[in-house]
Ligand binder design. Sequence first.
Ligand SMILES: *Cc1c(COP(=O)(O)O)cnc(C)c1O
Length: 398
Amino acid sequence: MLGSKAAVKASNDYHVQTYVRPEFVIARGEGMTIYDDEGHAYTDWVAGIAVNALGYGDPGVAAAITEQVNTGVLHTSNLYHTEPQSRLAQTLVEKSFADRVFFSNSGAEANEGALKFARRVAYDSGNHDKTGVVTFSEAFHGRTLAALSMTPKEKYQKPFKPLMDQVTVGEFNNVESAKACINDNTVAVILEPIQGEGGINVATDEFMVAVRQLCDQHKAILIYDEIQCGMGRTGTLWAYEQTPVAPDIMTIAKPLAAGLPIGAILCTETIAEHIHPGDHGSTFAGGPVVTRVADYVVGRISQPEFLEHVTEVGTYLMERLEEINSPHIVEIRGKGLMVGMQLNVPAAPIIQAGYEHGLLLVNAGTETVRFIPPLIAEKADVDALIEKLVSILESINV
Ligand SMILES: *Cc1c(COP(=O)(O)O)cnc(C)c1O
């Protein structure tokens, strides 16, 4: 076994250097806490970027994995039916606006597929100029080329051009801007009901309704990217449930299988009737292990008591953050357990100091600390967080 120093060195020596990481090595976890291989504990306010919704060591997740492993079947490809995959599709349809589901392996892949679905519908309409895509400022839709094209961030896009063309960037939460961008040549509009990476920005109802109406008016397909804000994070199973509108397609991923890789495209029958054998596919997607786990996870998270807990602890987190008296805090915003603390200083030193205080924290943009913990976080975890944050913020008070 590599000791921590050797594991960090091997990572630095052998990985393509796309990630900046702290100098400890994660060894195990329990509930809200992970431990490094030297036994230091860290309370996790990141959850593997909103993925580990049930925390660490959930017995139901372990049981679902074990049951499937014990069948001997880890993979079948999509050439064959499996019971866990069919059951998960049914569960997702029963618990959302959607009529049908397509599984993918990741968030970016779900967004790529959603865009293909939209193009397929436009193709059948006979209007082959209907190829424009509208995305919004500060959006994040993934790292693959089409998803990157819809992620309007100079630093991410510039070295990889040319990207997909005909992408227009509207201003998030600006109805006039949406009106100016969406027209008869728009095939799809993609929108996060609450932006994650972009800084925890909540779309207003007014904006959501206006975009929905513009899409109807111009026969554009409305895609909600709920990869980060979906699956109970905001206190309802889907973030859109707290708005007056619903999409035509919704992409989900991060917490769906509580840590195993999966994504999904949920859509209406009106979309699905245009997608035929051969139009899209994946070797691994929706395998029996991940889908068995995901069905368990959706069952747990969609329980009313579970969602009420998220709302209660999330509200408490926002209240306690509001109470912190620091000249560096500009705004607290978010919903449920998806909360941003906007600073007037860089977030990086606070995240760094968090490690020394036994906290895992993450930024969203350069000056926002983002709280996206396991959804099992308790008020006592919030209290412990606030105590540590206060002392971290005081240490940067000059
Ligand atoms: C993380 C994320 C993605 C990309 O998901 P990957 O699984 O990393 O490809 C897309 N959209 C949103 C809103 C995300 O938070």
